[in-house]
Design a protein around this ligand. Structure first.
Ligand code: C5P
Length: 234
């Protein structure tokens, strides 16, 4: 298994992102970085090419959710950007996820890792029941959506580290659990609720942890990144 730490580069522009990544210039291991909607929509596909050219692996976190044909065509564009991982909402259905795999697969048969968002951690069971009219419990929904993602040929899901064990039990140990909600034992939770430490995430079975503020807002981001690596990768 290739456990790794992914740094969530939640900056609002190109300069701030590249200034941050400059801090890692002397590191032998180039961090795996997550680019989300804010940065992608402000800086465009060029920021992906630029970070890739610096030798980083990239998780492009755009959470696609649309009709299958549109998702397939959008994924075809993303496959040419040469990212290493990207994602969709499992709520888009098995047909949409299958179309995403098809669109993402390059003519030579290779493709970036594709993972699914099950239920956003910001969605409460109350909102699921009363706004979305989903009668099943949140854990049952997460497991069902993870199974759907596996059936569609995806590689794994984004979930809370506390849900990783449940997903692995349902979908097998090779099905990836990519988990945000990571905090050091001696740090503040910020706005995250269901959190755990890098070391505990490793015990529960996460394959990739996605870490933002504990690294990006640390006085010494490189030291914080190396602490994550030591705890999670070993
Ligand atoms: O700063 P922090 O470590 O909380 O950042 C976590 C990252 O993971 C952010 O980019 C956040 O949007 C993302 N994320 C999350 N929870 C999810 C899905 C994504 O925290 N369920």
């Amino acid at each position: 298994m290739n456990r790794d730490v992914i740094i969530a580069c939640d900056f609002n522009g190109r300069e701030a992102t590249l200034d941050f990544l400059d801090k890692f210039a002397g590191q032998e291991r180039k961090p795996f970085v997550k680019i989300g909607m804010e940065l992608f929509y402000s800086a465009g596909p060029d920021i992906v090419r630029e970070i890739k050219a610096r030798g980083h692996r990239i998780f492009l976190d755009l959470k696609l959710h649309d009709i299958p044909n549109t998702v397939k065509k959008a994924m075809r564009v993303l496959s040419e950007l040469d990212v290493d991982m990207t994602n969709v909402h499992a709520a888009g259905t098995v047909a949409m996820m299958k179309a995403a795999v098809e669109g993402l697969t390059r003519p030579d048969g290779t493709r970036p890792l594709l993972i699914a968002v099950t239920q956003l951690t910001s969605t409460s069971e109350d909102a699921m029941r009363n706004e979305l009219l989903i009668g099943a419990g949140i854990n049952e929904t997460i497991v069902k959506y993870a199974r759907n993602a596996k059936e569609a040929g995806l590689d794994g899901v984004v979930c809370s580290p506390l849900e990783a064990g449940m997903v692995k039990a349902a979908c097998g140990s090779g099905f990836l659990a990519v988990t945000p909600g990571i905090r050091f034992a001696d740090a503040a939770a910020d706005d995250q609720v269901r959190i755990t430490t890098p070391a505990r995430a490793r015990e529960i079975g996460s394959d990739y942890i996605v870490v933002g503020r504990p690294i990006t807002a640390a006085p010494d981001p490189v030291a914080a990144y190396n602490r994550c690596l030591a705890e999670f990768v070993g």
